[in-house]
Write a new protein. Structure first.
Length: 345
């Protein structure tokens, strides 16, 4: 009987502790904490630079003003971190992530090793609605998209990333002759390969990253921008053609619209599934508030980054809608992406 009473007391105590923890306000939970901001790219790239700059200012807008510690967890074009956030990370708000833009749609399109359901993440924000481009070194044999339909252009790529997928899509849909050299660990490594003349160019490159981190390349005309890959043209480069305008078939256009949906969440941030709703709401509010923070905006301007935020709730709904895409369109899109990827070196 005494043993049963002891077990009952322990169970009651555990229940009370759990109830107290659940009743914590976001301010009480975050105060004094060290919150990790994990970044899915290697140091020095666009995702990393943007994420570390954000962390410096976001901390002021999270209730309780915890420490916010950026850490890199690169690998597999963001899937290493996505899998960690879905399957391993604590589900309490103490770990958030800045992730590659392909992460929301990879499971939908059957990309290998996507061991997560992107609908179940708590999406916090995307800090830019992005335009990507394909760019070639000025000494390359191809410096326009029309020339790329006539002559081979060697482009570097990360596996299962935009840099692999976008040239594959163009080869399939508009008859370009991109030769994809795969296996580069990061976009920074592809840029170094361009300088060393190991490859001729890079596709699926954020215009905001190219125009900020490699502004000198543009200024010195070391690279030529061949084509824009997004739903609409970027105002900075109105004379560069838009890939959507170059496709003729309706099914190709539908496939591109699915692929380019990832541009809407070009700088995406998330929390794991099952984080308490009030903490998710507090984090989402912090992300939207920081986009109006004068010091953050000054850093954005200094770095020549872009800021065109999409809220977490809007992003959550957008991703859910993507999973309602007609199966025929998903199959067409996946087939286009896989055709050339299988042939890439």
């Amino acid at each position: 009987m005494a043993l049963h009473r002891s077990i009952g007391v322990v169970a009651l105590a555990s229940s009370l502790v759990g109830g107290i923890a659940a009743a914590e306000t976001p301010d009480e939970f975050f105060r004094g904490k060290s919150v990790k901001l994990l970044i899915s790219s290697s140091p020095g790239g666009g995702y990393d630079t943007y994420g570390r700059m954000l962390a410096k200012h976001l901390v002021r807008h999270i209730p309780g003003e915890p420490q916010l510690v950026p850490q890199n967890m690169q690998g597999a074009s963001g899937k290493r971190l996505a899998n960690y956030m879905f399957n391993v990370a604590p589900r309490d708000g103490s770990v958030i992530a800045g992730i590659h833009r392909n992460i929301p749609t990879d499971p939908l399109l059957g990309v290998p090793d996507s061991n997560y359901d992107s609908r179940k993440f708590n999406w916090l924000a995307s800090l830019n609605n992005e335009v990507s481009v394909c760019a070639a070194w000025s000494e390359a044999p191809v410096t326009t998209i029309e020339q790329a339909r006539l002559r081979e252009l060697i482009v570097g790529a990360q596996p299962n990333s935009d840099s692999e997928i976008f040239p594959a899509v163009m080869n399939n849909m508009i008859g370009t002759k991109f030769k994809v050299v795969n296996g580069y660990p990061s976009g920074t490594d592809i840029e170094l390969a361009m300088e060393k003349r190991e490859v001729d160019g890079r596709c699926g490159w954020s215009w905001s990253s190219l125009s900020s981190i490699k502004a000198q390349w543009l200024r010195d005309k070391k690279v030529a921008v061949l084509v824009q890959m997004s739903m609409t043209k970027h105002p900075d480069i109105p004379d560069v053609p838009l890939l959507l305008d170059m496709v003729q078939k309706q099914e190709d256009r539908q496939a591109l619209e699915l692929i380019f949906s990832r541009q809407v969440f070009a700088r995406p941030y998330l929390a794991p599934p099952e984080v308490p709703a009030d903490r998710v709401a507090a984090l989402r509010k912090a992300f939207m508030t920081v986009t109006k923070d004068a010091a953050f905006l000054a850093d954005i301007e200094k770095q020549k980054f872009e800021l065109n935020p999409v809220g977490g709730e809007e992003m959550q709904a957008y991703i859910a809608r993507l999973f309602d895409t007609p199966p025929a369109v998903i199959e067409r899109t996946a087939a286009v992406m896989k055709a050339q990827a299988a042939a890439a070196e």
